[in-house]
Design a protein around this ligand. Structure first.
Ligand SMILES: [Zn+2]
Length: 91
């Protein structure tokens, strides 16, 4: 399954790679706008992104995450995202 669609000037792989920074609010405004536009136009990334953000929110609400006591959990989630991006590449 190839999901490397380019929507709003950014490709799926790039969106997924930037997703954690996007959710952290660490992206530059123009990059953030691209990711926003892509997520609105791409059902695959929208679904994946909302699942990921829900997981990230749950982790943060539990006091974990990059500023919490268990950064390893957050890092594991990031590694999982990275793996998903690789596995979902063009085939
Ligand atoms: Zn996409």
């Amino acid at each position: 399954m190839a999901i490397e669609r380019e929507i709003a000037g950014i490709r799926c792989g790039e969106v997924l790679a930037e997703l954690s920074d996007y959710l952290d609010g660490e992206l530059a405004p123009e990059r953030r706008a691209q990711v926003d536009g892509h997520l609105q136009g791409c059902d695959v990334c929208e679904r994946f992104g909302s699942g990921f953000s829900a997981a990230l929110r749950a982790i943060r609400q539990s006091g974990l995450g990059p500023t919490g006591d268990e950064p390893a959990v957050y890092e594991r989630l990031r590694a999982r995202l990275d793996r998903a991006v690789r596995e979902r590449g063009p085939d």
